[in-house]
Design a protein around this ligand. Structure first.
Ligand code: ABC
Ligand code: CA
Length: 539
């Protein structure tokens, strides 16, 4: 036995008691996040109106609706939510429909009354905190939005600036131009998103009045609503040196949206803000699993290794996801549930903070924006006979167990164990996890297997490992090596039986871990040595 796993009640209950204000990045690493499009999650009055996503209109979801369904979220094992931007948006309709998603701020000092009142938002915050959960709010700093007032083609376009509070005048904005060259960073930062039908007025974040307004706004927003973390929209569209003071005024964990497939481009933003949404790995995962066996699994390892090297704090603070409001849902591209389960496993077993986009657990299949923003209430919040709900529950429980079994889990880098015989498999070690993924799918002709050499240094001989997704067990060879075949193309999340608690709900019958603090330090040392050895096997 290389590790001694301590399955402690003490460690897990101390997580629940974590302080609820001024949450740091380290605090967020222990959590997993359920992302909600506020307008599409639940209505406070409990009704279930139809919601045609193609209409791009408000469907009626609000903060009270979220409060009413926190048990649905918490019962799946999530201990944080991320909600849509909360401030007042452009009213009525636009060439792109209504502002139901919240990304078109108009008055940053008022709330979006479609989502509720200030008291409702405070109630949401305190309801979460009462349950030991965190609130992450999406914030838009790059732009505000008003419909153009000109009806014929006028350039630059004209606006009723008095609507755009507290800015109120043309000199708060960069001169109108639309971003045309994404390779020109000045263009990306100082030209505008959107189009002439619905331009997103680009705030002059080189202007000290605008900058100070935003810094004091974020400070007040966080304190008024007792917010624990921020998802920072369009962060690449503002100069990098704007962000450190923004982050210090926020005083809580900040994760930046840098929409790019390139680690080197994203890396500098992990200095000003705590981290980034892990877009580069998202693209690698999406491409690896949605192209049959020609999908290239090794790019996942390449992206992760680059990000571990280049990001401040490595990948420990990234937001890890496989769906969100801007990208097609997995099941709009692949229907094979084995592939879907492999993809869904990824965010929970790597270094980052797992984020699940609402509706994924219900098997929603919407394609590109706006189809990927379906109403969750149409599922009836039903969790019975929903295999993906079960999958998510297990993944959350497994990650919690990993955190409590290995006190260095959250600070040990994931490493990849080279699978020379196959390009369709991936083996990821992050003790006590050994995760085995494959893109072969469930077809009867497809098969996959993984082999872990004894030189990986992960296990001793005749060690029992439990696949926590099925509770099936495998045993290592005398020399600690392991070979495993996939069943029906499904992923495996193997944990030593010793890292599982006999009295726990996670494969308790297969577990051999004792309760108590025994061997915690030995476990830490063992994991560190294992990680170093596994690191030598990088692809
Ligand atoms: C509306 C319509 C859409 C229509 C669009 C033009 O207008 O609904 O059907 O296509 C909000 C709404 C959207 C709305 C937009 C615009 O506003 O939610 O429904 O779209 O009015 C954030 C949010 C997003 C939000 C906004 C605006 C910003 O997450 O929900 O959208 O506040 C850019 C931004 C990014 C932004 C995204 C939508 O647009 O950088 O912050 N997301 C390249 C660029 C990216 C660019 C992306 C898409 O294209 O590099 O900067 O994102 O335009 C990779 C490459 C990447 C490449 C991707 C596509 O491929 O490495 O570089 O990204 O491989
Ligand atoms: Ca800008």
């Amino acid at each position: 036995m290389k590790y001694s796993w301590a399955t402690t009640v003490v460690a897990s209950s101390s997580l629940l008691a974590t302080a609820v204000s001024a949450a740091s990045a380290d605090d967020w690493t222990k959590r997993s996040v359920y992302q909600v499009v506020t307008d599409r999650f639940a209505l406070g009055n409990g009704s279930s109106p139809s919601c045609d996503t193609s209409q791009k209109k408000y469907c009626g979801g609000n903060w009270q609706g979220i409060i009413n369904h926190l048990d649905y979220i918490q019962d799946m094992g999530f201990d944080a939510i991320w909600i849509s931007p909360v401030v007042e948006n452009v009213q009525g309709t636009t060439t792109e429909g209504e502002a139901y998603h919240g990304y078109w701020p108009q008055n940053i000092n008022s709330l979006n009354t479609n989502f509720g009142s200030a008291d409702d938002l405070k109630s949401l915050s305190s309801a979460l905190h009462d349950k030991g959960m965190h609130l992450m709010v999406d914030v838009v700093v790059n732009h505000v939005v008003a419909n153009p007032t000109n009806t014929s083609s006028v350039w630059p376009e004209t606006f009723d600036y008095s609507l755009l509070q507290p800015f109120g005048a043309a000199n708060s904005f960069h001169t109108q131009c639309f971003i045309s060259d994404y390779n020109n960073q000045t263009d990306v930062e100082q030209c505008w998103l959107g189009d002439s039908g619905l331009p997103l007025l680009d705030l002059d974040t080189e202007n000290s009045t605008v900058v100070d307004t935003m810094y004091s706004w974020i400070k007040n927003l966080v304190s008024d609503y007792d917010i624990d973390g921020l998802r920072v929209d369009t962060a690449k569209h503002i100069r990098q040196d704007f962000w450190p003071d923004f982050a210090s005024n926020a005083g809580v964990y900040t994760v930046a949206e840098i929409l790019i497939g390139n680690v080197t481009y994203a890396a500098p933003y992990t200095k000003g803000l705590d981290s980034v949404l892990d877009y580069p790995t998202y693209y690698a995962v999406y491409n690896a699993f949605t192209n049959g066996t020609s999908g290239n699994m090794s790019t996942i390892a390449e992206m992760v290794n680059q990000a571990q090297d280049q990001y401040n704090h490595g990948t420990f603070y990234v937001g890890s996801f496989v769906e969100n409001q801007d990208n097609p849902r997995i099941q709009s591209t692949v229907s094979d549930q084995a592939i879907v389960k492999n993809m869904m496993t990824w965010p929970f077993i790597n270094d980052g903070i797992p984020i699940l986009y609402y509706g994924q657990e219900q098997g929603y299949q919407g394609g590109n924006d706006p189809a990927n923003r379906e109403a969750l209430w149409l599922s009836g919040f039903n969790t019975e006979n929903k295999p993906l709900v079960t999958h998510v529950k297990t993944l959350n429980a497994a990650r919690k167990q990993a955190i409590s079994a290995n006190s260095s889990f959250l600070t040990t880098k994931a490493s990849f164990i080279s699978q020379s015989s196959s390009t369709s498999t991936l083996a990821i070690s992050k003790p006590p996890f050994l995760t085995l993924l494959t893109n072969v799918g469930s077809g009867s002709s497809s098969s996959a297997s993984w082999s872990i050499p004894s030189s990986a240094g992960l296990y001793s001989g005749k060690e029992t490992l439990v696949d926590v997704l099925t509770c099936d067990t495998v045993t290592t060879e005398d020399d600690g090596s392991l070979s495993v075949s996939a069943s029906g193309g499904l992923p495996k999340v193997l944990m030593p039986a010793e890292a599982l608690s006999k009295s726990g709900s996670l494969c308790g019958s297969q577990a051999s871990g004792a309760m108590g603090l025994r061997g915690l330090n030995v476990g830490m040392m063992g994991a560190a040595v294992g990680a170093i050895l596994a690191g030598m096997m990088l692809v």
